[in-house]
Design a protein around this ligand. Structure first.
Ligand SMILES: Nc1ncnc2c1ncn2[C@@H]1O[C@H](COP(=O)(O)OP(=O)(O)OP(=O)(O)O)[C@@H](O)[C@H]1O
Ligand SMILES: [Mg+2]
Length: 487
């Protein structure tokens, strides 16, 4: 079976032929056109998945084709081709609704990657793989287009950067695109960065990306896990000590701050640092210098500080467990990584990324996931975030080794969760209750589901349901649901 139907519009014969041949030999069904006017009428009736079009063409240009797709509500996703010199036109095309762009001269693997992702989205949007009905589907589309806008801003700065990837960080969702943009923006400054997010969201990955995209990249990135090292040890780890500073200090030793000289220090789990050490760290931040334990010499530091925590530092500050002045010193550039359940559109990309990775590491040959399995993964809440997803996939690859992953191959919680989440309404409906009661019950179920998925945060639940927050609150009152949740 062909992988997808593609229409290519390009007035330069050699590019047209080359692309046609390449894509055909890669399993796509291709219709080539060198006359864009003819392509226009072909677009209407042929149910193409993807349109690849040159921008500059006589008669009808690529932008007009993209506009035509939008205006006629044709499902085909448009990809425009343009030269480096005319990036602006690609941006305009994206603004008009093109799905993506290719810069000439392009690499074949880049063409394939772009088309594969377009076909993937096409299928995702057409099918009911996004199971929670219209809202999620609408959200996905909205996020995707917001996402495109953000990407446009970054295009000019880094024309060739992979759009769904920053270093080895995967993410197509709007919040991840913002994270990427932030990394780019702050990497080459000396600003202190505070990365926050639940466990397993990728804080360390982001910290590394910041260091390796900075001019300090050739100097060390020193990682200190403040939560894992006991207080007394942590102090000597950070600052080092002189010979005889305490019993057992038989020789002097340099600390991590000195080790990181000219580079970056990553203070992980900063929220777990003792109050006592917080004072000492604050001094380092303020004065850019410190002394080794038991030492008299003041040592100047030239180190970029990146801190991370999965705890809510503001709350710790309120509770008096974290120094407010240190918090402000650290929180110069905040980078917040949202939990995976709030950016589900990253899940399919991550799944494929980890699948390839696990296949390679374990010398296995899993080909992919059944639709049902992918759907279950997209729906799952991932309390352990990306790390949990990575572990699940690794385990499945190791256990199964080849073929497809089906829903039964997933840990049991995936399908039991699905069973309880998707009752068959038509089978359960008791018509005798009457229309109004039934509709109220359904409203109640919907609202409760949205609330449980958003941890009871009403504004987010309202957003998920695509209604106003005030409407939600009114409905909750009417249905007797208020008082049963927080926020
Ligand atoms: N966006 C992503 N793309 C690819 N891999 C990711 C992504 N986010 C996280 N990972 C992977 O998930 C795992 C967990 O990431 P990481 O250690 O950076 O999380 P963390 O936020 O520091 O977690 P913790 O709070 O538990 O220390 C790592 O193996 C990392 O490579
Ligand atoms: Mg970490």
């Amino acid at each position: 079976m062909e992988k997808g139907r593609i229409i290519i519009v390009e007035d330069e014969e050699n590019i047209l032929n080359m692309l046609t041949e390449f894509l055909s030999s890669n399993g796509y069904e291709v219709d080539p056109f060198n006359d864009s006017r003819k392509a226009l009428s072909a677009l209407k009736n042929n149910g193409y998945h993807v349109l690849i079009t040159d921008l500059m063409m006589p008669k009808v240009d690529g932008l007009q084709l993209i506009n035509f797709i939008q205006k006629e509500f044709i499902d085909t996703l448009g990809i425009v081709m343009t030269g480096y010199g005319s990036m602006e036109s690609a941006i305009t095309a994206m603004r008009c609704g093109a799905f993506d762009y290719l810069l000439k001269p392009f690499k074949f693997e880049e063409v394939l990657a772009t088309i594969d992702s377009a076909i993937y989205y096409y299928n995702l949007l057409k099918s009911d793989t996004i199971p929670k009905g219209l809202t999620l589907k609408a959200n996905l589309l909205r996020r995707y287009s917001e996402n495109k806008m953000v990407r446009e801003n970054t295009i000019l700065r880094s024309a060739l950067k992979d759009k769904y990837k920053f270093e080895n960080i995967i993410g197509i969702s709007f919040p991840m695109q913002k994270v990427f943009e932030m990394i780019e923006r702050v990497a080459d400054t000396n600003a202190t960065v505070l990365i926050t997010g639940e466990s397993g969201v990728g804080k360390e990955l982001v910290a590394r990306a910041i260091h390796y995209n900075s001019s300090k990249r050739d100097n060390p990135l020193v990682v200190v896990n403040c939560g894992a090292i006991p207080e007394t040890l942590l102090e000597s780890e950070l600052f080092g000590y002189e010979k005889g500073a305490f019993t057992g200090a038989v020789a002097s030793r340099i600390g991590r701050f000195e080790l990181a000289s000219g580079g970056s220090i990553f203070l992980d789990e900063i929220g777990d640092m003792s109050f006592n050490l917080q004072v000492k760290l604050l001094r380092v931040l303020q004065e850019k210098s410190f002394e080794r334990i038991g030492g008299a010499k003041t040592i100047k530091i030239d180190v970029r500080i990146i801190a991370a925590t999965n705890r809510k530092l503001e709350e710790l500050v309120e509770e008096g467990k974290f120094r407010e002045d240190l918090y402000y010193r650290l929180n110069v550039v905040p980078v917040e990584i949202p939990p995976l359940r709030e950016r589900r559109q990253d899940i399919p990309l991550l799944v494929n990324f980890f699948l390839e990775q696990s296949n390679r590491i374990n010398n296995a040959a899993i080909e992919g996931f059944s639709e049902e399995a992918m759907k279950a993964l997209i729906e799952y809440n991932f309390p352990g975030n990306v790390r949990e997803l990575q572990n699940i996939i690794e385990r499945m690859v190791v256990l199964k080794r080849s073929g497809h992953i089906d829903i039964e191959d997933l840990p049991e919680k995936f399908y039991s969760h699905e069973r309880e989440e998707a009752p068959r309404p038509d089978a359960d409906i008791d018509i005798d209750k009457g229309y109004d009661t039934l509709v109220s019950e359904f409203e109640k179920t919907l609202i409760m589901k949205a609330l449980s998925e958003t941890q009871g945060v009403k504004s987010k639940a309202a957003q998920a349901l695509n209604i106003n927050r005030t409407t939600l609150i009114e409905k909750m009152k009417r249905l007797g649901l208020d008082g049963s949740s927080n926020s």
